[in-house]
Design a protein around this ligand. Structure first.
Ligand code: BTN
Length: 273
């Protein structure tokens, strides 16, 4: 039976049962999950995850007092049953390919949302999760080098679930929250099981020799492919048309000066209207 918004047993207003959550993630992700930490509040789950530093650990918080977004932005993290989560893994990968990991995670998030019936969730390069063209969530991966080509990754992701319209409007870019959908057939618990299991498994499994497949998957969900865009660097704004991804995950854009490639760290992107 479908659950309408504000159904007390549904996506919102429900305390998490952490023991059950851990057991269910363990059931689908197996030994990939080692520990799950649940915090009523913290500065940032990414910071906690970095401090934990162990492969297969998951940090989940109800509230962040200093949530971080990409490019030094804040991540709005009130205590309102959103999702703030970080997953720690050790990864052997050449540094030039590290940017691919956020594509892996973005794809996992969109696939998990689709599997629960949120069919119009899509991606905006490099790691924005969009719904109805507005920002529903994002991914921030922070890294610590362990040795040559070996890194500890704190894979952080946040999803807006229970924000008010006023909060969405105050975010500084078009934002949306899952509670704005008319009907939701799943609980926050189910969403977390799908997300964490999927991200744990796929981020550990990913190998650079499957880049072509990764790029194909990204293209399927990419809402900006072939679109007229404005690329905003620290110093200028460049108009162009997106052409897809390089094998390093960099974005190719046809500009007046020719084809240019941009790294996720350098730019932000918006559609030209
Ligand atoms: C972005 O779109 O700019 C990335 C947002 C990432 C937010 C998540 S919430 C959990 C984790 N902890 C943080 O401080 N940031 C990430």
């Amino acid at each position: 039976m479908g659950k309408l918004i504000f159904d007390m047993s549904g996506l919102y207003n429900t305390a998490l049962n952490i023991t059950a959550l851990k057991a269910e993630i363990k059931q689908s992700a197996g030994e990939n999950l080692t520990e799950l930490f649940y915090l009523p509040s913290c500065q940032s789950t990414n910071t906690e995850c970095m401090n934990v530093g162990s492969h297969g650990s998951v940090v989940l918080a109800e509230k962040q007092t200093a949530g971080r977004g990409r490019r030094g932005n804040n991540w709005h993290s009130p205590d309102s049953q959103n999702i703030y989560c970080s997953i720690g893994i050790n990864k052997t990968i050449a540094a030039e390919y590290l940017g691919l990991m956020s594509l892996v995670v973005g794809i996992c998030i969109v696939e998990s949302l689709h599997s629960l019936g949120v069919d119009d969730a899509s991606l905006k390069w490099p790691n924005d999760i969009l719904l109805q063209g507005k920002k529903l969530g994002g991914v921030l991966i922070e890294t610590k080098a362990l040795s040559q080509d070996e890194f500890y990754l704190a894979i952080g992701f946040g999803l807006n679930i229970n924000l008010t319209q006023q909060e969405c409007d105050s975010i500084g870019q078009p934002a949306i929250s899952l509670n704005q959908l008319h009907e939701v057939n799943f609980t926050r618990h189910q969403l977390l099981v799908a997300l964490v299991s999927n991200i744990l498994q796929q981020s550990m499994l990913f190998e650079v020799d499957s880049i072509d497949h990764l790029i194909e998957q990204f293209n399927r969900f990419d809402s900006f492919r072939g679109k007229q865009v404005i690329v905003k660097t620290r110093t200028e704004e460049i108009a162009g048309v997106t052409l897809g991804l390089e094998r390093t995950g960099w974005l190719k854009v046809q500009t007046e000066q020719g084809v240019q490639s941009f790294s996720a760290a350098e730019i932000s992107l918006r559609q030209r209207v």
